[in-house]
Ligand binder design. Sequence first.
Ligand code: GUN
Length: 174
Amino acid sequence: MDIGTVNALPYEDFVNIFGNVVEKCPIITAAVWSRRPFANLAALEAAISDFIEALPDSGKEGILRCHPDLAGRDLQSGMLTKESREEQARAGLDALSSAEAWRITRLNEEYKRRFGFPFVVCARMNDKEEILKQLSERCVNEPAVEKARGIEEVKKICRLRLQGVVLTDAHNKL
Ligand code: GUN
């Protein structure tokens, strides 16, 4: 899909196609549609990033809270979004040993108790060992540091999801 095609999408199609580049936050996609035309894919990504950065802290926390726990209940019950399911499977989180599953559940709970939002990491850039290590390390961060870190991870996830949508076409011009 080239950028001209993206720019020509009516908002209904734009939201249908790009609505989950930030997990369960189609309102962000719906908002940035009015920033068209985008010069390229990086400009669309920057518009999403600018929108997120302009939110108050409560809005940023809200974005983090839209993310399911990694290897959590939604994965067990098949309730993940397609994107999250693929990312978690690629990192090996759908095939944890019982010891690993117990550990990640305990650490996710500890993290959420401390910060009031779930641990978010770009699963496609990490394997399960690295994710467990980061989860354990990040649990001791200051809340403000961790909120900013979570949002940076949201942006990395967003970049890879955008590329997944747009760059699948070998003849793309982005
Ligand atoms: N990293 C990539 N996808 C996800 C997700 O769905 N949830 C969390 N917590 N982190 C992620």
